[in-house]
Design a protein around this ligand. Sequence first.
Ligand SMILES: NC(=O)c1ccc[n+]([C@@H]2O[C@H](COP(=O)([O-])OP(=O)(O)OC[C@H]3O[C@@H](n4cnc5c(N)ncnc54)[C@H](OP(=O)(O)O)[C@@H]3O)[C@@H](O)[C@H]2O)c1
Length: 279
Amino acid sequence: MWHVVGSTGFIGRSLIEKLPPEVSYCCYARRPAAGEYQIDLLNLTAECYSEIRAGDYVVLLAAISSPDLCQSQYEMAYATNVTGTKRFIAECLRRDARVLFFSSDVVVGATDHSHDETMPVAPLGAYGGMKREIELAFADDPRFKVFRLSYVFSREDKFMKYLRKCVDSGEEADVFQALYRNVVYLDDVLEAVIALGKHFDAWHNPIFHLSGPELLCRADMAERFRSTIAPALRYTTRLPEASFFEARPNVIETHSLYLEQLLCRPPATLAEALKLEYQ
Ligand SMILES: NC(=O)c1ccc[n+]([C@@H]2O[C@H](COP(=O)([O-])OP(=O)(O)OC[C@H]3O[C@@H](n4cnc5c(N)ncnc54)[C@H](OP(=O)(O)O)[C@@H]3O)[C@@H](O)[C@H]2O)c1
């Protein structure tokens, strides 16, 4: 059995649509729909674990995923992202399940060259610190693995929705010439989740960088969108204020030693992903 925890989020919703028909799965949400299970990482109950058995695959997406919220509401975010998350993972492992935890490239910290999974890290901001605490807490358990996600691109991510809204309304988009990331396509993330679930124990590395092949800032993404999909897009670029970088580094350059092998192909470039999303 597979368990999708945080099934109402951006990645969770898409994962459920993409799961192959042969996979049996349960969904877990704070406000569950019929047939789903209830989970609140701030208030874990026996119901959260009632279906979790030895050998099951737990895909743990639930988290406070906004770096700004982790900074501004630190105690609530810590109770969710660290205290509750640790308790939940520990109980899943006690039941001998396999756990996939979603971390972030913010754990790597600011880079001046591309980092792979084996290199030292320097987490930045409250969000990065919380993710790193979980990575370390279960680092020695082979039943626990980490996907360190770069910026996840799809037509439904917040930035792409904003660009589309600007195209539709004729408004000029206001775009940061900043936040350089190895943008990864949502479909590649979902395929990697599924591939890992099928052969979890065959992988001996604890961490996977979910990174695309190109280091792109938001202005680069806007330009790719304009040139391949939406010629009507108009945008201006600017630098964010210095305080913006307190919670997130300007440049996080990452690549993976394992992702291509997991996917059995290279991850998509942004131009390839845009064509797949809008074809
Ligand atoms: N998307 C990215 O670009 C990206 C990049 C790096 C890392 N990640 C990580 O990947 C994971 C999934 O990301 P996402 O973009 O899908 O995040 P998201 O859209 O913010 O979804 C977060 C999920 O967590 C749930 N949640 C929040 N607080 C909870 C609590 N106390 N108890 C139980 N569930 C709770 C939310 O439920 P409600 O619907 O009830 O709020 C939602 O289902 C997160 O761990 C995130 O940090 C994402």
